[in-house]
Design a protein around this ligand. Structure first.
Ligand SMILES: Nc1nc2c(ncn2[C@@H]2O[C@H](COP(=O)(O)OP(=O)(O)OP(=O)(O)O)[C@@H](O)[C@H]2O)c(=O)[nH]1
Ligand SMILES: [Mg+2]
Length: 256
């Protein structure tokens, strides 16, 4: 396992500083049994952790449950499908008379992000300064090899297009992000795979959410790379992201 030494970019917030009991974390996970224990170990104490086991065959769900997470199984593959299943689980718990979360955090299950920075990520929402906080890996320090060049360039291109079309200031499409729950619901998220992150960012801009970026460090994942580490995955993800931008831009023109 490779873990970056990351005393940089942001000061780790002592989780004891903040009450995180109204934060729900959604972790989409496809065959992440090796990394998930580290992710769950490093998360500060929050209200609820939902691991969406996206049809894993390596015992990901069992490992997540053994580490105290609520596990939802979603057989329909795709990053967005897993995130949507996590949101459906929140809606179900509200229907079952559980309190609605104030904040929802999305976090990958591969230990590329730093779960211990969660309090730092949610702070602008808790302080009512933002509705959507995006962890920017391109503003933070990246371990060598954590983000291949094509991934860095692809993210830059997507952000450049969003800046041009929606006047946004995004610098990344990073997966570690936090939203005020009612704002998230208003976005009516739909994408079932690689378009999820860019869809959220476009819709957040269109909905007039208060958007904030914070730099986050990023390290090499544990386990086998599924998207950015393979040429096929990178091309598929890039094509879907560009298609999603074109689609929402087209809808804007159409609506005029
Ligand atoms: N690729 C992929 N990831 C999924 C899926 N469902 C859930 N996930 C999870 O979504 C998160 C992001 O996927 P990753 O494979 O890490 O994608 P990435 O970070 O762009 O690229 P690599 O880390 O290089 O593989 C991980 O926690 C996955 O386990 C799916 O259908 N496909
Ligand atoms: Mg990853």
């Amino acid at each position: 396992m490779q873990v970056a030494n990351c005393e940089h970019a942001v000061n780790e917030t002592n989780p004891a500083d903040r009450d995180l009991s109204s934060v729900t974390v959604i972790i989409p996970a496809l065959n992440e049994s090796r990394s998930l224990p580290f992710v769950l170990r490093d998360l500060p104490r929050v209200g609820r952790v939902i691991v969406v086991d996206n049809g894993s065959t390596d015992g990901t769900g069992e490992i997540a449950a053994a580490h105290g997470a609520a596990v939802v199984r979603e057989e329909r593959r795709g990053y967005g499908s897993a995130c949507l299943a996590g949101m459906a689980a929140i809606r179900q718990s509200i229907a079952d008379n559980q309190p609605a979360p104030h904040i929802v955090v999305f976090l990958d299950g591969d230990y590329s992000d730093y779960p211990n920075l969660l309090a730092h990520l949610v702070r602008p929402i808790q302080d009512d300064e933002a509705d959507f906080v995006l962890g920017s890996r391109l503003q933070g320090v990246r371990e060598t090899g954590a983000m291949p060049l094509e991934s860095v360039l692809g993210n830059r291109l997507a952000c450049c297009l969003m800046r041009h079309f929606w006047r946004t200031n995004y610098t990344d499409l990073g997966p570690f992000r936090a939203l005020e729950y009612t704002a998230l619901c208003r976005l009516n998220m739909q994408d079932t795979n690689f378009g999820w992150t860019v869809e959220m960012q476009i819709k957040a801009a269109q909905a007039g959410l208060r958007i904030r970026e914070v730099p986050v460090p990023y390290r090499c994942r544990i386990g086998v790379s599924k998207i950015s580490g393979t040429l096929r995955g990178a091309i598929q993800a890039g094509a879907k992201i560009l298609y999603t931008i074109a689609r929402y831009r087209w809808q804007m023109w159409w609506a005029k």
